[in-house]
Design a protein around this ligand. Structure first.
Ligand code: DAT
Ligand code: MG
Length: 138
């Protein structure tokens, strides 16, 4: 059993895609173990995406991620990190496979609707960024 962090980004919340995204997770047999809505500050977005701080898109990305509320979830299931990445699709919707969330909904490479942890160590760090162990219902 594995855990990953999922975020429905501001473009997804604003366009009313919360239910659609959650439905895709649940239909894939993924369990939601924790969930909350947050409006990140610019500083929080910068801390969350610190690994990208040297990238040219960092300021734009963190301004966007703090532009409106997001829905943050802990997903739980067998190989859920990889499974979630497959359901999400490639970072750039132009490269995303048909039937993925990003292919179906992302507006561009930045406003790409969802975030998902990419490895066990990042999943653990990202979950701890938003949730205490008491908030996670296993
Ligand atoms: P992912 O979200 O698929 O894990 P990532 O970790 O490489 O992708 O990048 C984090 C976010 O940064 C991504 O969801 C959107 C933004 N981003 C990545 N590459 C970008 C680019 N070339 N231009 C603008 N934003 C980009
Ligand atoms: Mg990433």
């Amino acid at each position: 059993m594995e855990r990953t962090l999922s975020i429905i980004k501001p473009d997804g919340v604003e366009r009313g895609l919360v239910g659609e995204v959650i439905t895709r997770f649940e239909k894939a047999g993924i369990r939601i173990a924790a969930m909350k809505m947050r409006h990140l500050t610019k500083k929080e977005a910068e801390a969350f995406y610190a690994v990208h701080r040297e990238r040219p898109f960092f300021d734009s990305l963190t301004t966007y991620m703090s532009s409106g509320p997001v829905v943050v979830m802990v997903l739980e299931g067998d190989q859920v990190i990889q499974k979630n990445r497959e359901i999400m699709g490639a970072t750039n919707p132009a490269d995303a496979a048909p039937g993925t969330i990003r292919k179906d909904f992302a507006l561009d490479v930045e406003k790409n609707t969802v975030h998902g942890s990419d490895a066990p160590e990042t999943a653990q760090k990202e979950i701890a960024f938003f949730f205490s162990e008491l908030e996670i219902c296993s």
